[in-house]
Design a binder for this molecule. Structure first.
Ligand code: MF3
Ligand code: CO
Length: 249
């Protein structure tokens, strides 16, 4: 069941997502060769608590950290550790909070120092594919219009979209219906209505779309060891079109 949100609720979801966006911006500034991924986790937690927000991922289905840091061939749900970031790494930072009754969830991919041409291209195409998907998030369209827009841009660029993990509705729960695949067919799926709020999150691989989960039970990696990138925005569908909630202007 897809829960429709009132304009007042969307405003609250925006407040939560602005906190997430602010924190991701701060974390982006900390990403440098030599920093440990655990330091980013600690900082994300401090910043959230300072703003009176609760990190959403910590304890979620037993996930032990506040931040997901996925490095290079890690797709999503990478766990912070003593790993030291080095020049050329491509990392995704995925962060969520709970604030005033509503969740915020967003992710960015960040380059550590200078990265390879393919890493830079993978990151840009993934971000562009997210924005292409967001453009389709309007009343009267179908869910498949979002999914297809993401997939078309990614595949036309020679990359692949992950099938095993998807975006989701968001609101009073971190994960609500519907699931939002990054692959699909235009004109198919549920009809989009004002009041729907979606976390759209393309996970894009350089090589095969196939992934596996490591023995830690969380870290998702590409099956071929090639690179992966990930961007996520929480987006409201309104009478006036899509509104990105997880953005600081
Ligand atoms: N943004 C991710 C998601 O929407 C993060 C979840 S990580 C978890 O699923 F640890 F909370 F599961
Ligand atoms: Co999400």
């Amino acid at each position: 069941m897809v829960i429709l949100k009132s304009p007042e609720e969307i405003e609250k979801i925006r407040q939560s997502n602005i906190i997430v966006a602010d924190i991701l911006n701060e974390l982006r500034g900390m990403v440098k060769p030599g920093i440990k991924t655990m330091a980013l986790n600690r900082y994300s937690e401090e910043l959230a608590l300072r703003k009176g927000a609760k990190p959403a991922f910590k304890g979620y289905r037993g996930y032990p950290f506040s931040l997901c840091v996925s490095v290079n061939s890690e797709v999503v749900h990478g766990m912070p550790s003593n790993r030291v970031l080095k020049t050329g790494d491509l990392i995704s930072l995925d962060f969520g909070i709970y604030y005033n009754g509503y969740y915020g969830d967003s992710a960015i991919t960040v380059s550590v120092g200078e990265v390879s041409d393919v890493a830079a291209r993978l990151s840009s195409i993934t971000k562009e594919s997210l924005y292409n998907g967001i453009k389709e998030a309007r009343a009267g369209n179908r869910l498949g219009d979002i999914s297809a827009a993401v997939q078309e841009h990614v595949e036309a660029s020679g990359f692949s979209v992950v099938r095993d993990f998807v975006g989701h509705g968001i609101g009073k729960n971190l994960h609500e219906d519907p699931q939002i695949p990054n692959f699909g067919i235009r004109g198919k799926g549920i009809e989009l209505k004002p009041g729907m709020v979606f976390a759209i999150e393309p996970m894009v691989n350089e090589g095969t779309y196939k992934v596996k989960v490591l023995d830690d039970g969380w870290t998702v990696v590409t099956a071929d060891g090639k690179l992966s990138a990930h961007f996520e925005h929480s987006v409201a569908i309104t009478e006036d079109g899509p509104v990105i909630l997880s953005r600081v202007d």
